[in-house]
Design a protein around this ligand. Structure first.
Ligand code: ADP
Ligand code: MG
Length: 350
């Protein structure tokens, strides 16, 4: 559908590079005070006044990071912005700007690039970040997207992976594991479709987990939530590779150990059902499945009363001395060493 066989579609060469850039960026507006000059000169100009600037970048490659046979381009554009905004949120900063660079082959008509940028625009609007530049070039085969996100925070607000202290509580936002199982369902349906293209999948029972995979959201609400609760996180990271791997990162950077409690993991009921259907252990999926883009952070034990019972936050463990190691405490109260496998490793196992 997206490929350039249909003569009614507009080929990119008809517009030329500058025509294309003008066309795809014309619907974007500027919302941030810190944006002095956005698209249209040799470089953008920003002014963060007394705030610190936080920068993060990601490169997404077709066939490696995304599969266009089940990921619509609009969702891809949205997700490309979200994963970068999430990294800014994981520093306890406020996302403010993005740049987007694309390499695209003539396999894609203008209409496909419009769809991609519609997703990018929706994410920019939703997260109130300004598109301030990028680059556009051709590729011989697939699609490449690189997004750089910028954000602002005061020096006190910025939260590193390295600040976790012994006895701190380990907290996660939202629920985990669903994005990974959403991908498993989409991959299964793709295989069914390849065998029998007439077969229309019924995905109603999987709507939540598929949405978590195709349209993840960054937790840009958490900085404000913690501020309101008068809680300063001691360390923070976002969950891109799976909570097990992210816990390892915090522990390594902070020189601490950790106990994670199986019975405290926040799992959506739909995830539990799908794990049963696939005959997979939901705990394994929850701790190793990636791409949830929730935030994992630590807070002082003194803040327990302030976060206890908050619907956005689950206390899932606590920080120990480094020599005690990193463990999962199971429902049966056995202590298993936690391994950082990440969700790529999980895929390879199958
Ligand atoms: P240069 O030749 O200096 O690299 P370009 O002609 O590539 O400049 O870009 C012109 C303007 O359009 C710049 O402001 C640039 O940041 C912006 N731009 C180019 N490509 C994109 C894109 N894919 N998305 C957003 N902005 C873009
Ligand atoms: Mg350029």
């Amino acid at each position: 559908m997206l490929e350039n066989k249909d003569q009614s579609k507009t080929s990119l060469s008809q517009l030329g590079e500058f025509g294309l850039i003008n066309h795809i960026t014309k619907n974007f507006s500027i919302q941030q005070q810190s944006t002095i000059k956005a698209i249209g000169d040799d470089a953008a100009v920003l002014d963060f006044k007394s705030k610190k600037t936080v920068v993060s970048t990601d490169l997404l490659v077709e066939g490696v990071h995304f599969d266009l046979s089940y990921m619509p381009l609009k969702h891809l554009g949205y997700k490309a912005v979200v994963v970068n905004v999430s990294d800014i949120c994981a520093m306890n900063a406020t996302p403010t700007q993005v740049t987007v660079s694309i390499a695209v082959s003539n396999r894609f008509p203008l209409e496909a690039i419009e769809e991609l940028y519609e997703g990018i625009r929706l994410a920019c609007d939703f997260y109130k970040v300004d598109l301030i530049g990028g680059d556009t070039t051709s590729s011989t085969t697939g699609l490449l997207i690189s997004v750089t996100a910028l954000g602002e925070a005061t020096e006190e607000e910025i939260t590193y992976r390295s600040g976790a202290q012994e006895n701190d509580l380990l907290v996660v936002t939202g629920d985990i594991g669903s994005a990974y199982m959403g991908l498993q369902v989409l991959e299964r349906e793709k295989q069914v479709f390849l065998v029998n293209p007439q077969n229309q999948p019924n995905l109603e029972d999987y709507s939540y987990i598929i949405e978590r995979q195709l349209k993840p959201e960054a937790r840009n609400d958490i900085k404000e939530l913690l501020q309101k609760l008068d809680v300063k996180p001691t360390s923070m990271i976002d969950i891109s590779d799976g909570i097990s791997s992210e816990i390892m990162h915090i522990c390594k950077a902070s020189n601490v150990g950790c106990n994670l409690y199986e019975d405290k993991l926040p799992l959506d009921p739909q995830l539990i059902n799908v794990c049963e259907e696939f005959n997979l252990d939901s705990t394994t999926i929850a701790i190793n499945g990636g791409e949830d883009y929730e935030l994992l952070f630590t807070v002082s034990m003194n803040d327990f009363e302030k976060i206890k019972g908050n619907p956005h936050l689950s206390i899932i463990g606590h920080i120990t001395a480094e020599k005690e190691g990193i463990h999962l405490i199971t429902r049966e109260n056995t202590k298993l060493p936690l391994k950082a496998r990440g969700w790529n490793a999980l895929n390879e196992e199958e």
